[in-house]
Design a binder for this molecule. Structure first.
Ligand code: FMN
Length: 164
């Protein structure tokens, strides 16, 4: 799948088959994440891959809107060192992973991390060191069904040439 098609067809997937995801695919996802741009090229992002069922069940319990993490065979936690552009850098890495997952035939869903009151609880599950900020948890797996494409705001409404 080419990159434009992957961007167009990506949807948030919240229902997953129990089929495992091959390790080389997971490694490719992280490889795509680490290639994202970062402010001043600081490259502050770290990725924690959680596959253990009991750990995913605990993450799912903590995340109010991430209960499906218990069913997705993989959950990637994206962390950043506490730098000036930690959030932008983290989100760039996350989006790379979502697009790459679509291209590899995998479903994914972004689950909120940064700004959530539960980040310390998540940190305890994966033993993240002090000074690192949780950006996002990404549920990854094979979709039970690919969701219909969601209406996005029309191009004419969001595109401004020259002046807002
Ligand atoms: C910052 C951010 C936080 C999100 N948090 C959650 C979440 O906690 N749980 C969830 O199911 N989806 C979450 N999403 C996914 C959005 O709900 C989803 O992207 C949006 O509904 C548009 O649907 P689409 O991804 O299929 O285009 C989040 C997305 C972003 C960008």
């Amino acid at each position: 799948m080419d990159v434009l098609e992957a961007i167009k067809s990506r949807r948030s997937v919240r229902r997953f088959k129990s089929d495992p995801v091959a390790e080389d695919l997971i490694v490719q996802l992280i490889d795509m994440g680490r290639r994202a741009p970062s402010g001043r090229n600081v490259q502050p992002i770290e990725f924690v891959v959680v596959r253990e069922e009991k750990d995913r069940a605990r993450l799912a319990q903590i995340c109010e809107y991430g209960k499906f993490i218990a069913e997705s065979p993989v959950c990637i936690l994206v962390y950043s060192a506490d730098t000036k552009y930690y959030l932008e850098d983290g989100c760039a890495a996350v989006e790379n992973i979502l697009i790459a997952a679509t291209g590899l035939g995998l479903g994914s869903c972004w689950v909120a991390g940064d700004k959530k009151p539960y980040t310390a609880e998540i940190d305890a599950v994966v033993g993240s060191p002090a000074g690192f900020k949780l950006i996002t948890l990404i549920a990854i797996g094979y979709a039970v069904q690919t969701p219909q494409s969601r209406e996005k705001r029309p191009l004419e409404e969001v595109l401004h040439w020259g002046r807002f």
